[in-house]
Design a protein around this ligand. Sequence first.
Ligand SMILES: [Fe+2]
Length: 332
Amino acid sequence: MVAEVSEQTRSRPVSILVVDDDAMVLQVMAAGLRQSGYAVTTTTSPLDGLRILRENVCDLVISDAYMPEMDGLTLAETANGIFPELPIVMLTGFGTVDLMREGLRRGASDFITKPFRMRDIPIIVERNLERKRLEKDRLSERSGRILFQAITSLLTAVDAKEHCTAQHSRRVADISLQIGAALQQPEAEMRVLELAAWMHDVGKIGTPDAILRKPGGLTDDEWQVMREHAAKGGEIIAQIEDLRYLASVIRHHHERYDGTGYPDRLRGDAIPLLSRIIAVADAFETITSDRGYRSSRPVSVAVDELKRHSGTQFDPVVVETLLRLLESGRVL
Ligand SMILES: [Fe+2]
């Protein structure tokens, strides 16, 4: 049996730390685990065990429950506080229900009763690694779902204030993704791009209805208020910990390539690339889509507009990329 960690560490064997004040137990355990393909570090000192955990990558801990320096449950509790996903298996001379309850409460994930049969240990190791993996998957799936619902309800609130925002944002996200793919953005950046494009106008939730829905042109003061939506959007998103990395992309989606945009008058490459992509997609979508107060204009008008403002308002490389996509018929 060759043990391997599944995701992030495919190339290295599973690394196990064994802590027991009985050197004999350590020796037997280490030899057995190594034979099963695990990388093993041992120590007789729980404090040294904590140091090893802090300084090394470790996938699982097997620890004696009773040691003079620090008992195993305190070790489990401390290690669990630092690495909540680390499985910690307790070795006990006698397994009472109370001890197990106490152990689980303090961060242990499983128990091995001494004397143990070495052939059972890899099964216990794999069981605990797998359980932690499943817990992690379930947790991230659940938090992903909650996040998606939170985003959707935020966007629904904006859409209720300014009709068609949701439809516009979805389309800006689609166009942004096509530009991002053509610019060969890595997968992680593409995910950020999609969410940021989808949520780029979320700051309009704080813009007064009288301005958002005002027919005809806005006064200078009203424009000033309207422009605040970019910074506001960044601030709203920065409050959601899992989305903090989107905040600056959203904040800068109205910067101009020549440095005369808002909110920070960033210029050229100082503007996040994803914001430059969203700016072009946003303009293209706004021109070519139907808005309540204005019907859509042909793609050729949008193309002229993008060309005219390439290098001043828009990043020329991004404009060029969208034009190429349009020529090849990939964006409609
Ligand atoms: Fe905007």
